[in-house]
Write a protein that binds this ligand. Structure first.
Ligand SMILES: [Zn+2]
Ligand SMILES: [Zn+2]
Length: 339
């Protein structure tokens, strides 16, 4: 070590000592700026099926279910079928929007490869490739080629996509961390991680990827039961300037939303070194928020409806998961730390 380097080392040690061990973010460090100004919340589901593929109801019945249950937008995403919302224009108004979509349904060997295409202009032929990574990538790219927005569906379904595979996929910003279908293994098991751990794994390797919750609903008739694929289980709430497909897509790809299975968040306040949420109180429910960072480390656990996290200085990203006393969850998108 040169004398100059040694001196700088002593200076750095002195600064740390003067701060009394408190890791204060240096100037220029802090959360990337975020503001809710001029934005509204819009609740939607980006994954649903109709009788045009393997759902049990007509597109009209499916769209009506969402419109009547407090959603502002819906993507009809049938398997390799383009369910054109133009035929349902009369169901749409300033408070409810249908966005065209498709679930590009392919496979590699016995592994299902399902990629949603949101806001696409026409049907896209699903693609195959000589590798699993290539198959996923080619379907993601097929959606991008028509200026649609891709999302990778239920990676643990058929135990098809592990972290090593997902880490190699490019040009995708959205991944299902919760899917309401009963057979998709959101929580992982045995030697396979759950989707939240997979998400942290990807984020910790520098990926900007956002976690979505979806219904993947098929069953609108008959009994609503845990072993059936019913609607109303997982959704996103998007912060966008207006209820229009392009604006919703832009917000999703920018991570301007949260995913939910029942917890609502009214506001997100991001200051350079602090993030504060306001959770909507429902009945007598109690709320616990877990702030998580690099490698899934739990940074803090906070009770109440106004949880807050103060940046300590070593974080690369922080995300929040709010759980209510009934088990419902809201997953906030990660806030990245500028360096
Ligand atoms: Zn699927
Ligand atoms: Zn599906």
């Amino acid at each position: 070590m040169s004398r100059g380097a040694a001196a700088r080392g002593r200076e750095a040690a002195l600064v740390i000592a003067m701060l009394g061990g408190l890791a204060v973010p240096a100037a220029g460090q802090g959360f990337e700026p975020f503001s809710m100004a001029g934005l509204n919340w819009y609740r939607g589901n980006t994954h649903s099926h109709t009788a045009l593929s393997d759902g049990d109801s007509s597109p009209e019945v499916v769209a009506r279910w969402y419109r009547d249950h407090g959603y502002q937008f819906l993507v009809l995403s049938d398997h390799n079928v383009f369910t054109d919302p133009k035929g349902l224009a009369w169901l749409m108004d300033s408070t409810f929007l249908l966005i065209p979509g498709e679930e590009l349904t392919s496979q590699f060997g016995n592994k299902p490869v399902h990629v949603n295409g949101l806001n696409i202009p026409h049907v896209i032929e699903p693609r195959r490739d000589s590798t699993l990574v290539g198959t996923i990538q080619r379907n993601v790219d097929a959606v991008r080629e028509v200026a649609g927005v891709p999302h990778i569906n239920h990676p643990n379904y058929g135990w098809a996509m592990d972290t090593a595979v997902l880490a190699r996929i490019e040009r995708d910003r959205l991944i299902e961390i919760f899917n309401g279908h009963p057979l998709v293994h959101n929580h992982g098991g045995g030697d396979s991680p759950g989707m939240e751990a997979v998400w942290d794994w990807l984020l910790s390797r520098g990926r900007r990827i956002y976690g979505i919750a979806v219904d993947d609903a098929h069953h609108f008739h008959g009994e609503f039961a845990p072993d059936r694929s019913n609607p109303g289980r997982g959704w996103v709430v998007v912060l966008a300037p207006r209820l229009e497909a392009g604006a919703i897509m832009e917000a999703l790809e920018a991570g301007s939303f949260y995913a939910s299975t029942g917890v609502a968040v009214d506001s997100i306040q991001v200051e350079p070194s602090r993030v504060t949420l306001r959770v909507r109180q429902r009945g007598s429910f109690k709320y616990t928020t877990q702030f998580t960072g690099q490698d899934g480390e739990v940074l803090a656990t906070v009770g109440g409806v106004e949880p807050s996290y103060q940046l300590r200085g070593h974080e690369r990203y922080v995300r929040a998961k709010v759980t209510d006393s009934g088990g419902a969850v809201a997953w906030l998108q990660p806030w990245f730390v500028e360096r």
